[in-house]
Each structure stands twice: as structure tokens, then as C-alpha cells.
Design a binder for this molecule. Structure first.
Ligand code: ADP
Length: 298
């Protein structure tokens, strides 16, 4: 569904006669998302998450590299194609709950609006809005305007709005940023529902690493590149039946990989590590230069 390869985005700021400052927000990012996945993208503030989302949403274009969503190459879109892409292929939910909805329209009208833009027949708009508000557990509030809804309810309506035109990919930028823990879990539940019931591929961007507990795959983005991934397995649970999590890292085209800091710190790995190729894996050892390795054979 999503294939980003060596994606680069450079912002030029403060352009003056003497030139400006360049910020490389994405520096060769690789990311693959399978159809039907629910994935969390985590990373510190400034790591490039919003930049990536802007590109995937069709709002921004990469400086270099490729981003392909559902077969559409986002670097090569003409204006009309871009509009169609934004209307039909992706749905976006923003962090600021209020920004997702028009304040003077009811929840139902908000959900119908994107369908009107896409020239969906009126009768089908009404049916689809009812269906989506119901799916999001918010049917009771269909005729209220955003002011009469709680923050969590507003975000659930926002998800229904984003789903209105049956997007293949749902992008949520910090969807729980303004919500308390209990409400946040409700929102993750609603996003999961969109994923399982409608088969929509969902990408949730967050700086909150706890989100990892809510999804099967978490990708950590660091310095504009994807680094580690955590996969949770429902099958292969441990003895207590708790899902086991396995950490993965991305190996780029030239064979570079980044080790998680928790791993390198706990073993005191610095500067140089010793590599041993085994038949089915590679060992990474601390470099004991001061206590030399015993030779294997004389
Ligand atoms: P995140 O969403 O992970 O916080 P961003 O994608 O917002 O990260 O930002 C990545 C980097 O790009 C940061 O250093 C940020 O300051 C910079 N950046 C983001 N947007 C712009 C912009 N419009 N102009 C200049 N620099 C930007």
C-alpha cells in the first residue's frame, strides 16, 4: 500500500539574497506498509513524522526519492491527479480535533461533505454517513454540531469524515494528542475498527511510544530515517499468554543498520563492534580490544 524508498525532503528557510538555511527533514527514509496493516509510526519531535505524513497525504512533494501509495507515484502527480488522490485514496485525521470538522455543520453533515465534493449521489451520502457514524459508535450524536460533542466524540466523527470516500489509506497525525488516556484508547479502538471492519490500511503517527501496545507493528523514525521496528505476535505468545514483541531494524540498500540505543548502552557498545557470521545469523559483540579475544585455533 505504501512504498517509500530513499525519501528526502529538504526545507529551505529564511531565504535571503545571501541564501538560506536548509533543513533536511527526511534523509533517505525507507518505509513499506502492507495492504490492510495498522501501523504506528513513532519518533521524537522533529524526527520527520509530520513531513512524511504531508507527503503521503499528497499535500507536499519529496525533494528526492520515491513515495508510492496504492500504485500512485506521489512525486509525479499532476494537479488534477493530486486532487483526485487526496479526495479518494487517502483520508486524514489531524491532531487538533477542532480542525477536522466544520463547526457550523452537524456530525452527519460533516461526514457527508467529502462525499458531496466527490459527487456521490445525495441518497447514498446519507446512508453512508449513518453507517459510518454507527461504526464509530457515535450515531447518537449525528445531529449535533462539534460544540455539542466531547473531544473523543469529535475525533470519532473526524475518523468517519476521513473514511467517507472509502480511502485505501487512513493517515492519523497524533490523533490522541489532545485527549486523556481513556479517551485515547477509545480513539485507537475506533481506528482499529476502521482497519478490521473496512479493511482500510491505517498509519498512526505519534510521539507517544505507548501506542506500540495498541498495534502489531511499530516503526520508529529517527533523524528522518526509519530505524527500528517492533513486531507483536499474537501467535507464539509466551507461557503467560502475553503477546511477545520482537524488535526489528531496517537494513538499507548498502547494508547499514542502526542498533537501538537501549541495546548498545546495555552492552556498552561504542565505536567498534565485533561481527561474527554464523550460518543463519550475525552476532554483534562488544569490542574487547583491551582483553583480546582468545584465538579459536592455534
Ligand atoms: P515531527 O513531526 O517528527 O516532529 P517534522 O516533520 O515536523 O517532525 O520536522 C522535521 C524537521 O523539519 C524538523 O527539524 C523541523 O524543524 C523541520 N521542518 C518541518 N517543517 C518545516 C518547514 N515548513 N520549514 C522548515 N523546516 C521545517
Amino acid at each position: 500500500m505504501v512504498a517509500c524508498a530513499n525519501l528526502v525532503r529538504i526545507y529551505r528557510t529564511g531565504t535571503t539574497a545571501r541564501g538560506g538555511v536548509e533543513v533536511q527533514a527526511l534523509q533517505g527514509l525507507d518505509l513499506t506498509v502492507e495492504e490492510g496493516e495498522l501501523l504506528a509510526l513513532v519518533g521524537a519531535s522533529g524526527s520527520g513524522k509530520s513531513t512524511l505524513l504531508g507527503i503521503l497525504a499528497g499535500l507536499d512533494t519529496p525533494s528526492a526519492g520515491t513515495a508510492v501509495v496504492d500504485g500512485t507515484d506521489l512525486g509525479a502527480l499532476k494537479r488534477r491527479e493530486r486532487t483526485a488522490y487526496r479526495r479518494r485514496t487517502v483520508g486524514v485525521i489531524q491532531q487538533q480535533t477542532a480542525r477536522n470538522l466544520l463547526p457550523y455543520l452537524t456530525a452527519r453533515e460533516n461526514v457527508q461533505l467529502p462525499m458531496a465534493y466527490a459527487r456521490e449521489p445525495r441518497r447514498r451520502r446519507a446512508a453512508r454517513a449513518t453507517e459510518l457514524l454507527d461504526l464509530m459508535g457515535i450515531a447518537h450524536a449525528a445531529d449535533r454540531t462539534p460544540a455539542g460533542l466531547s473531544g473523543g466524540e469529535q475525533q470519532r466523527v473526524a475518523i468517519a469524515v476521513a473514511l467517507a470516500n472509502r480511502p485505501r489509506l487512513l493517515l492519523a497525525d497524533e490523533p490522541t494528542g489532545e485527549l486523556d488516556t481513556a479517551t485515547s484508547e477509545e480513539i485507537f479502538g475506533a481506528l482499529r475498527t476502521a482497519n478490521t471492519e473496512l479493511g482500510t490500511t491505517v498509519l498512526i503517527v505519534t510521539h507517544d511510544a505507548l501506542v506500540a501496545d495498541q498495534v502489531r507493528r511499530t516503526v520508529r523514525i529517527r533523524d528522518g530515517r526509519t530505524s527500528t521496528e517492533v513486531l507483536r505476535h499474537a501467535a507464539g505468545d509466551d507461557a503467560e499468554g502475553a503477546p511477545t514483541a520482537q524488535e526489528y531494524t531496517v537494513l538499507d540498500r548498502v547494508g547499514r543498520l542502526q542498533l537501538p540505543r537501549e541495546f548498545t548502552e546495555s552492552l556498552g557498545l561504542v565505536n567498534r563492534v565485533r561481527l561474527v557470521l554464523e550460518s543463519d545469523h550475525i552476532e554483534v559483540w562488544p569490542d574487547h580490544r583491551r582483553s583480546p579475544v582468545v584465538p579459536e585455533a592455534k
